[in-house]
Ligand binder design. Structure first.
Ligand code: BGC
Length: 357
């Protein structure tokens, strides 16, 4: 009798503890036991580290588990990271692609398993597996770079001619085309009228592209241009560089071999090395894309999708990936230069003053 009673009591305790454990799981964070796979292209560029950190921090704060991977700018590595995440049944994928055109096959697997996909910053092309896209207004980034040069050289009024060179990003990154077109829509009329002269003659997207957005590739192209067209003292007035890693290559090349008056140089990202160059007068401007804002918007998208709701978007027309027009949220890029960097970057807590010394 006593034994039976002890047995019954033990059973009650076991059932109660199982129920408690189940309860804990269900009432855990907002995201419960859901894991979000976050794929970033590389650790070598400052911004992607910030993007990854912000995404991880904000997703965890919203109660999700996070599997964050960086792919060393290597396409097969990124593909196999995504394959593993799919095999591990992540609830959703957030992907900043290395090459927008290389993920169709792997994302077909995600679609089969009903795993939603958010294209982060860079659009993923030619697949119907992309659910949403979140980015900064890429065309506007280029436009602001072009307009900066237009104003700095007073192209509307000055007689010119002025010499300019052009440099954009990786051809596999869909954004590069938008940045370039945004800038060239401002600059082209001046090139056509002869007020702006591209001495190298290199003006088409393919020729001015920079593989992997790499500083060293931009630098060697610029070194060649300087030695062929500006070594005799010809003045270079401006370089339209579409981002900071390429602008850094331009600055390095000029420092090594250019003797004329320092040209206007544009950029994008407000990377620390480039902000330091802005303070030192070696880069004229950059575009600030607050990665905290983008991460915040993407976490809101994740939350909406996980709840079976529609996510907030503000563009349903511009981003056709070849298979569908992907519903997009565009964050606004901001102009930065030596006059406003303190307010934008330090007062907002993006960098500390010491980081920029
Ligand atoms: C991003 C830029 C970045 C570039 C190189 C682009 O897709 O939008 O912010 O500078 O990639 O990483």
């Amino acid at each position: 009798m006593k034994k039976r009673l002890i047995g019954i009591l033990l059973c009650i305790v076991m059932v109660a503890s199982v129920l408690t454990a189940c309860g804990t799981k269900e009432t855990g964070g907002k995201g419960g036991d859901k894991t979000i796979g976050v794929c970033m292209p590389t650790k070598t560029l400052q911004r992607w580290n910030q993007d990854g950190e912000n995404m991880e921090k904000q997703l965890k704060a919203a109660g999700y588990n996070v599997d964050l991977q960086y792919a060393d700018d290597d396409i097969p590595t990124q593909v196999s990271q995504i394959e593993n995440m799919i095999a591990n049944d992540v609830s959703l994928l957030v992907i900043a692609s290395i090459d927008g055109d290389s993920l169709g096959t792997v994302l077909a697997q995600a679609k089969k398993k009903n795993i939603p996909v958010i294209a982060y910053d860079r659009l993923i092309m030619n697949t119907d597996a992309v659910t949403y896209y979140a980015t900064f207004d890429n065309y506007m980034v280029g436009q602001k770079q072009g307009e900066y040069i237009e104003q700095a050289l007073d192209l509307k009024n000055a007689a010119g001619p002025f010499n300019i060179e052009l440099i954009t990003g990786d051809p596999g990154d869909n954004n590069a085309r938008y940045f370039f077109d945004g800038a060239m829509d401002v600059l082209n009329p001046y090139i056509e009228s002869g007020k702006l002269v591209v001495k190298s003659g290199q003006t088409d997207f393919a020729t001015v592209a920079t593989a992997g957005w790499k500083t060293e590739n931009a630098q060697s192209r610029m070194e060649n241009i300087i030695s062929s067209f500006y070594a005799d003292g010809t003045q270079l007035d401006a370089v339209m560089a579409n981002n900071d890693s390429t602008a850094l290559g331009v600055t390095n090349a000029l420092t090594a071999s250019y003797t004329g008056k320092w040209p206007i140089i544009t950029g994008q990202d407000c990377d620390i090395a480039n902000v330091k160059n802005m303070i030192a007068g070696k880069q004229s401007m950059s575009i600030f894309k607050d990665t905290r804002t983008l991460a915040n918007q993407v976490v809101k998208m994740v939350d909406a999708i996980m709840k079976g709701e529609k996510a907030e978007v503000n563009d349903t027309e511009s981003y056709d990936n070849g298979k569908l027009v992907v519903p997009t949220y565009l964050c606004e890029p901001v102009f930065a230069d030596v006059n406003n960097y303190k307010e934008l970057l330090i007062d907002s807590g993006y960098y500390t003053e010491d980081q920029l010394k």
